[in-house]
Design a protein around this ligand. Structure first.
Ligand SMILES: NC(=O)C1=CN([C@@H]2O[C@H](COP(=O)(O)OP(=O)(O)OC[C@H]3O[C@@H](n4cnc5c(N)ncnc54)[C@H](O)[C@@H]3O)[C@@H](O)[C@H]2O)C=CC1
Ligand SMILES: O=C(O)C1=NCCCC1
Length: 307
């Protein structure tokens, strides 16, 4: 009988083998599989336990990709006030679905960073106007870096602009990536064709009056029903796409508080079932799907065990 002890996979193992060239197409296909609605993907809306006495959240995200016969569960903590360690920490347990044995326990933070950015890249590919020139990133944390790299994998931008609430972090991000540092959101987004919001803000940081009509926005933060990153006027004047139509009205403050209508899942666009309204301002409201973690963990496992 094979060993029942799962393999431990560190963040450096993940970063060594997981590449956007492989990940973006896998996530794009998975977003489509999720939206088939035919049982290809089995995934409940995640469980979120507030840890009120420490102002944190404990999230449990199981999923089974039936067609790929792959199952895993991500255990994630979100502690927005952490200063001596990351705000998001996670482990993903990948199982052998034929016999239920755990195959690997993986660093889930590095996978979360990359799979979230890969989902935004896939959404941008389908919803942004062709050949965008300027990408604006609001936020300077882990997701800011992963989105910089994932979108640069798809496009040769003329300019990437970055804004964050802490000027020293904006300068650091700019020095490390070559992005243009901006001191206001307005300055960062005014010429942008693609905007990515990756802050931990609970109140809107991006306003309708500041953007060029027709931009594509990846709205990645604000994962709680009472948190917002986008001005409701902006949400109401855009075509809103989500990763999950089931989760968005339960979890997204940007959608709940603006009372905006969701037009489609991005997976439905990928499947050709819904239109990509590229001539309008489009928003991809990302909340993160467990199945993205499942297929990413499998990709990492396959790379590690084949090398
Ligand atoms: N949709 C998805 O699948 C996922 C979404 N997220 C969300 O993306 C966002 C960024 O995550 P990370 O980069 O990992 O976090 P992080 O902790 O590494 O960075 C957070 C950034 O937000 C900034 N920030 C905090 N409060 C702010 C405020 N009031 N106004 C403006 N900026 C503020 C910080 O200065 C920092 O630049 C978070 O909201 C997180 O929950 C994270 C993982 C997956
Ligand atoms: O899917 C995830 O993982 C997360 N989504 C929202 C914010 C926390 C992490």
């Amino acid at each position: 009988m094979a060993s029942l002890l799962p393999q431990m996979v560190s963040a450096s193992d993940v970063l060594r083998v997981l590449k956007y060239a492989d990940l973006i197409p896998v996530i794009e296909k998975t977003l489509g599989d999720f939206s088939r609605g035919d049982g290809t993907v089995v995934q409940p809306v995640r469980t979120v336990i507030p840890v009120d006495q420490h102002q944190g959240y404990f999230l449990v995200k199981p999923g089974y990709h039936v067609a790929g016969d792959t199952m895993a569960c991500k255990l994630l903590t979100l502690y927005p006030n952490n200063t001596d360690r990351p705000s998001h920490q996670a482990s993903i347990v990948l199982f052998d679905s034929s016999n239920g044995s755990p195959l690997a326990v993986m660093d889930g933070a590095s996978i979360t960073d990359m799979r979230t950015a890969a989902a935004s890249a896939a959404a941008t590919k389908h919803l942004a106007k062709d050949s965008p020139h300027v990408h604006a990133i609001l936020g300077t944390g882990h997701q800011a870096y992963s989105h910089f790299h994932a979108l640069n994998h798809l496009y040769k931008f003329d300019q990437v602009c970055v804004w964050g609430r802490t000027p020293a972090n904006v300068q650091k991000f700019a020095a490390e990536t070559g992005a243009t540092p901006c001191s206001t959101v307005e300055e960062a987004v005014k010429d942008a064709d693609v905007i990515t919001t990756v802050t931990m803000s609970r109140t809107p940081v991006l306003k309708k009056d500041w953007i060029k009509p027709g931009v594509h926005i990846n709205a990645v933060g604000a994962c709680r029903p009472d948190w917002q990153e986008l001005d409701p006027e902006l949400v109401l004047s855009s075509v809103v796409y989500v990763d999950s139509k089931e989760a968005a009205p339960k979890e997204s403050g940007d959608i709940i508080l603006s009372k905006a209508e969701v037009y489609a899942e991005v997976g439905e666009v990928i499947l050709g079932k819904k239109e990509a309204c590229k001539d309008k301002t489009t928003i991809f409201k990302s909340l993160g799907l467990a199945i993205e973690d499942v297929v990413s963990a499998k990709l990492v496992y396959d790379k590690l065990t084949s090398s």
